[in-house]
Design a protein around this ligand. Structure first.
Ligand SMILES: [Zn+2]
Length: 311
C-alpha cells in the first residue's frame, strides 16, 4: 500500500524539525558552557583581586610606628654609647632647680678668680652699699682663703665654682679633666663653707679658644649633674692690662645701658685695685638708674653665650 503523500510530507518535516531542535540544543549547550567558563574566570579574577585588596588593607591598618622587620633587628642590635665620664666623681651632683625666674631691672655683680687679699675690701663696700653679689672662686687654700670664703657666705653672697687650677690647657683637655678640676674646687668650697655650690662660671667663659671641640659635651655633662652656669652680658674689662678706673667704670655703665638684667663680670684678684676703687660709684650710678642688686642662684634664668646646634 502506498503512503499518502501528505503523510510523507509530515514525516520529512518532523525529521527536519528534529534535526533543527538538535542543532539548536547543541548550540545552546555550547554557548552555555562558554558563558559559564567566562563567569568562572571572572569570578576567579574578582576573588583574587579581593584577596589582594584585603592583604593591602591589612598592611595599611598596621600601626605606622611598627618598623619593618629589618629595622627591628637593627634596633635590637643597637646599644647606646657609654659615656665613661658619666660614672666619674659619683658625688659630684646637686639638686637641679625646680624653676627659673627672670627678675625685672636687676644687676648681678659677679667677681671671678678670688678669694684674694682684696676680697675683704670688696665685701666691705658691698656691706656699706647693702648689695649682694656672687663670687666664683678658685683653688686658693689656707686659713686666709678659708676665712674669706666663709665671710662671703656668712654675709649673704652667693658662692660658686670657677675652677681650681685656672689652667685652660689642662682643664679643657677632655671632659674627664674638666670634671677632675671642677670636683677639686667643689669639694674645697664645701669643706671651707659647708655650702655645696650649685652654680658655676667656666674659666674663660662657657665657649672659649680652649674648648671648641668639647664644650657641648662639658656643658651637657654639667647640666646632667644638676649644675647651672652663668656667662655675662656686661664686662668691666678689668682683666685688660690697659684698664683704668675710667675705662672700668665706663665699660660697666655703657654695657648696662638699656638692659633689663645685667650679669656683670668683674675680677677679685690681688692686682685689681682699680676695680675696687670704682665699685662704690658704679653701684651708686646703677642704683640711681633704678636697678636692684641680687646674688645669683640656680633659679635665676641664666645668661649664657649662644652656641651652634650640632646636626
Ligand atoms: Zn677667671
Amino acid at each position: 500500500m502506498l503512503k499518502h503523500p501528505t503523510t510523507k510530507f509530515y514525516r520529512r518535516t518532523s525529521q527536519l524539525l528534529l534535526i533543527l531542535v538538535l542543532l539548536l540544543s547543541c548550540s545552546f549547550t555550547t554557548a552555555l558552557l562558554i558563558t559559564r567558563s567566562g563567569y568562572q574566570k571572572k569570578l576567579q579574577a574578582l576573588s583574587n583581586r579581593l584577596e589582594e585588596e584585603t592583604a593591602l588593607q591589612q598592611q595599611e591598618d598596621k600601626p605606622q610606628d611598627t618598623p619593618p622587620r629589618e629595622e627591628e633587628s637593627t634596633a635590637a642590635a643597637w646599644e647606646p654609647e657609654v659615656l665613661e665620664y658619666a660614672s666619674l666623681f659619683p658625688n659630684l651632683y646637686v639638686e637641679p632647680p625646680t624653676k627659673r625666674e627672670v627678675a625685672e631691672k636687676t644687676v648681678y655683680l659677679t667677681f671671678d678668680d678670688g678669694p684674694s687679699p682684696l676680697t675683704p675690701q670688696v665685701l666691705d663696700i658691698l656691706k656699706e652699699k647693702q648689695v649682694k653679689a656672687t663670687f666664683f672662686v678658685t683653688g686658693q687654700e689656707g686659713e686666709q682663703a678659708k676665712e674669706r670664703m666663709q665671710r662671703i657666705v656668712s654675709e649673704g653672697h652667693a658662692i660658686g665654682v670657677h675652677t681650681y687650677s685656672h689652667d685652660y690647657r689642662q682643664i679643657y683637655q677632655t671632659v674627664d679633666t674638666f670634671l677632675e678640676d671642677f670636683d677639686k674646687e667643689f669639694r674645697l668650697i664645701e669643706g671651707y663653707t659647708g655650702v655645696k655650690p650649685k652654680i658655676f662660671r667656666f674659666a674663660g667663659g662657657s665657649i672659649n679658644a680652649f674648648n671648641m671641640d668639647n664644650y657641648h659635651m662639658i656643658i651637657g655633662e654639667m647640666i646632667r649633674r644638676g649644675f647651672t652656669y652663668f656667662d655675662w652680658n656686661v664686662s668691666a674689662q678689668d682683666a685688660s692690662k690697659k684698664a683704668t678706673k675710667q675705662s672700668i667704670h665706663d665699660s660697666i655703665i655703657c654695657g648696662a645701658k638699656d638692659k633689663n638684667r645685667c650679669i656683670i663680670l668683674l675680677h677679685d684678684s690681688g692686682d685689681k685695685a682699680d676695680t675696687i676703687a670704682v665699685l662704690p660709684q658704679v653701684i651708686d650710678t646703677l642704683k640711681s638708674q633704678g636697678y636692684t642688686f641680687a646674688p645669683l642662684t640656680n633659679e635665676v634664668q641664666p645668661i649664657v653665650f649662644p652656641y651652634e646646634r650640632i646636626g
